[in-house]
Every structure is written in structure tokens, then in C-alpha cells.
Design a protein around this ligand. Structure first.
Ligand SMILES: Nc1nc2c(c(=O)[nH]1)N[C@H]1C(S)=C(S)[C@@H](COP(=O)(O)OP(=O)(O)OC[C@H]3O[C@@H](n4cnc5c(N)ncnc54)[C@H](O)[C@@H]3O)O[C@H]1N2
Ligand code: MOO
Length: 413
């Protein structure tokens, strides 16, 4: 039997290196920057007002007090977006709004609350008088050009995973497109003659197809662009036909089911005939029967394929153990699940010679991180899987553990 580490290496070798691609900034959420981004313009791009009020020369209003306001003639109105603010003549004021460009000659803004003015609407203000009731120092309430970032400065380093604020900055700098690592297109295909799509009544002996949607969600959650393909029954012709279709545009194919030792192992049979895929037993529980390699499409594309076992827990745990990290690395995403040492709250046993990944939940404990296992190590217990937020990683040589023992844990959240 192959060890988990050996099979991890084989699966990882199926993935290529991250490929840069240009995409709209608005579509780049979650992607990783492929190159450093340098600011093409400064932000702010021009000196502008931080307040709704009046642009003045600070020297003109040094004597202003609430009891004795300094009265200035208002010469112009500068709303945000005005591109031709007229210069300020000494001894006058311009009405100005937040974000509007400062007029030449003005060196401060007096907020409307510190004046006798009340802003009510669109009536013209040019030629009216405003009383300034508080002195302001030079520079007050001005947002200088380049105070956020200066043109030519580094804005974001390559490797940044793009979040909402990064999209804000890129748009603010005027980028409509950005160079990021291309999302890997994953296609997920389940097999099994017992499968029925959720929403359709079941007959005795049938089950709802859950692995396809679950693995698709896992791939999307890992950062890929995944599509859930409608399952096929245990029929090699139908399976290969669907694979040919998928292989036209997928970068990675994941299948579930049909890889163990039964009489109708469609995946193993079909891919055994085409070659390029090896089927092995990995010394782990769950997830012992595994397959991986390349599928050669009729159009000549060679598409990496990983064939996961059909038991739902085996399927998702196999994704976690073998696929998640190399899939993410192929998109420049290197942050892995957090691994930590935690105390077991209950005793457990583990099969000799198999590395076990036991579902568990984190619990509060006065001595630090602690985990309680959820249900027995049964590969069909979807509900226990859904309640788990951790996997206890038990070495192959460990056969029993006592309450209070420290174990390696992978945090799933
Ligand atoms: N004689 C042996 N039998 C089995 C072995 C073995 O070594 N010798 N291995 C067992 C282990 S371990 C696993 S894991 C399973 C893997 O089986 P397959 O990958 O061939 O999967 P299937 O037989 O098709 O299905 C197994 C199980 O999972 C259910 N299933 C399958 N697909 C889905 C799906 N898309 N959604 C929900 N559930 C699914 C299926 O109904 C079966 O109950 O083999 C053991 N047997
Ligand atoms: O090794 Mo299988 O994946 O448990 O049930």
C-alpha cells in the first residue's frame, strides 16, 4: 500500500504552475495577483476638500469668533466634480463640497458648521456673504494630492489575494483589468446506478447524489472555478462519453465512486482500458481506494484526473488530504489549513498500518485547544462530517489514544 505522503506527491505532480491571465478587476475577487501593481496615478489625484464648507485663505479668518464673525464675499461654488475651480481672490471665499478640488490661492476649508451659512439647495451662492465664526490654521480640512499613495509607488505586491479593499484600490487607481493567476477549471463527475438527483422521489435502494455538489463546493471554496456535471450510472460507455465532453475545457477532472473492488467499478474499468490512470490503495482511513493520472480526450487534450472513492466521507476527506493544497498552489494560493496540537477529550482506537483522519469538533478546555471526535470512523456518515470542524490526523502506527493525549489536528474552518 502507498503511504498518504507518497500519494500526496503523486497527486501534486499532476498540477501545473500558476498561469498569469488578465481579467476585469471586477471579476478578480479571490484571485491572486500575478505581478506587483504600481500606482499609475496619485491618490488623491489633487488637493481637495475634506469637508462641506468654504475654501478660504487662513490668514483672512484669524480674527473670526462666534461673537464677531469675519464676513467674506462668496465668489464661486465648487461642487465635487467641478474641473475648472476659479482661483480664490484674497479676502473672499468659495463654497466647496467634500471631494471638490481646492481652488488656487485657498489654503484651508471652514466647515459649514463653523459659519453663518446653511446649505439648503441649488440657489446660487455667488455674490452672497458668509460669516466665518472660527479661525482655521493653514492646511485645515485639505486632503493633499498623494497623501494616500504617490504615482510610481508600489500599490500591491504580487501574491496578494484580492479582497474587497484591493478591488477598491485597483479601481481607485484606474485599473479596469489586472494580471492574476488563472482559476483552475475543475469538473466534478459522480458515478453510480443508485444515484438520484435531490428533489426527485427515491425508490428503495436508491440514494441522493451528494458527492458531486459537495466536491464542487469544496473546489470552489478552495478558490477554483468548479462545475458539477450530471452523474452517470455504472456504465463505461456513458462514463467515457461524459468524460470526453468534460475534457474539452476542464483543467482537472474529479470523479467519485467506482474505484474499489466490486463487480461494477465503472471508473476503474473504463480508465483501466484507456490507460494513463493508476489505481492504488493508500494506507489511510477513510479514503483507501484512490486513482489518479491523465485522461486523454479525443481532441488530444491530456487532462489531470483524480478518481475519489464514492463513500461521501472518503470523498471529501480525500479532497482535503490530496487535492486542496496542490489545487490552491496552482492558482498561487499558498495559505494552508491551520494545523495544531490539541488534547483529545475521549479515548479512541485506530486501525494498525493506516493513517486515520477522524472527524472532530473543537471544544473549550481550560488547558488549551481540545477536540472531541464526532461519531465512529464510518465513511458513509455524512451528518457527522457536516458537524465536524476538524480532522484528527492519527499516524499509521498509532492504534489507541487515551483521553488527554495530544494529537495533530487540521482545522477545517
Ligand atoms: N471488497 C471490498 N469492498 C470495498 C473496499 C475494498 O477494498 N474491498 N473498499 C471500501 C472502501 S474503503 C471504500 S471507500 C468504498 C469505495 O468504493 P467506490 O469508490 O467503488 O464507490 P462506490 O462503490 O461507487 O460507492 C461507495 C458508497 O458510496 C456511495 N456513493 C457513491 N457515489 C455517491 C455519490 N455521488 N453521492 C452519495 N453517495 C455516493 C455508494 O452508494 C456506496 O454506498 O468501497 C468499499 N468497498
Ligand atoms: O477507505 Mo474507505 O474510504 O473508508 O471507506
Amino acid at each position: 500500500m502507498r503511504t498518504v505522503t507518497e500519494h500526496q506527491q503523486v497527486v501534486a505532480s499532476l498540477f501545473g504552475t500558476p498561469e498569469p491571465v488578465t481579467m476585469p478587476v471586477t471579476a478578480a475577487l479571490g484571485r491572486v495577483l500575478a505581478a506587483d501593481v504600481v500606482a499609475p496615478i496619485s491618490l488623491p489625484g489633487f488637493d481637495n476638500s475634506a469637508m462641506d464648507g468654504f475654501a478660504v485663505r487662513a490668514a483672512d479668518v484669524t480674527a473670526a469668533t462666534p461673537a464677531q464673525p469675519v464676513h467674506l464675499r462668496v465668489d464661486a461654488d465648487i461642487p465635487a466634480g467641478r474641473v475648472d475651480p476659479p482661483p480664490l481672490v484674497p479676502g473672499t471665499a468659495h463654497r466647496i463640497m467634500t471631494g471638490a478640488p481646492m481652488p488656487a490661492g485657498a489654503d484651508a476649508v471652514v466647515p459649514v458648521e463653523l459659519t453663518t451659512a446653511v446649505f439648503s439647495g441649488a440657489e446660487p451662492v455667488e455674490g452672497t456673504q458668509v460669516g466665518i465664526t472660527t479661525a482655521v490654521p493653514s492646511g485645515k480640512h485639505i486632503r493633499p494630492a498623494g497623501s494616500d499613495i504617490v504615482a510610481g509607488q508600489p500599490a500591491l505586491p504580487a501574491g496578494t489575494r484580492i479582497g474587497a479593499a484591493h478591488i477598491g484600490l485597483l479601481c481607485g487607481l484606474g485599473f479596469s483589468t489586472v494580471s492574476v493567476f488563472r482559476p483552475v477549471r475543475v469538473a466534478v463527475l459522480s458515478t453510480g446506478s443508485e444515484l438520484v438527483a435531490p428533489g426527485i422521489p427515491l425508490q428503495h435502494g436508491q440514494i441522493y447524489e451528494s458527492n458531486g455538489a459537495m466536491l464542487t463546493a469544496a473546489a470552489i471554496e478552495a478558490g477554483a472555478e468548479a462545475r458539477h456535471v450530471h452523474f452517470v450510472p455504472d456504465d463505461t460507455a456513458q462514463f467515457l462519453h461524459r468524460l470526453d465532453d468534460i475534457a474539452t475545457d476542464a483543467d482537472l477532472i474529479l470523479t467519485s465512486g467506482g474505484v474499489s473492488a466490486g463487480a461494477f467499478e465503472v471508473v476503474k474499468e473504463a480508465l483501466g482500458m484507456t490507460g494513463g490512470v493508476e489505481f492504488v490503495k493508500v494506507a489511510m482511513q477513510p479514503g483507501m481506494p484512490q486513482g489518479c493520472g491523465h485522461y486523454r480526450s479525443p481532441a488530444g487534450r491530456s487532462v489531470p484526473i483524480v478518481t475519489l472513492p464514492g463513500n461521501p466521507v472518503s470523498s471529501l476527506v480525500s479532497f482535503e488530504v490530496f487535492i486542496r493544497d496542490p489545487l490552491r498552489a496552482a492558482m498561487g494560493l499558498h495559505l494552508r489549513r491551520q494545523r495544531l496540537r490539541a488534547q483529545l477529550t475521549t479515548a479512541l482506537t485506530s486501525p494498525a498500518g493506516k493513517r486515520q483522519f477522524q472527524r472532530a469538533v473543537f471544544v473549550r478546555h481550560p488547558d488549551g485547544p481540545a477536540v472531541t471526535t464526532v461519531g465512529p470512523p464510518a465513511s458513509h456518515h455524512l451528518s457527522n462530517l457536516a458537524h465536524a470542524d476538524a480532522l484528527v490526523d492519527i499516524p499509521a502506527e498509532t492504534v489507541s489514544l487515551a483521553a488527554g493525549d495530544l494529537v495533530d489536528v487540521v482545522a477545517l474552518t
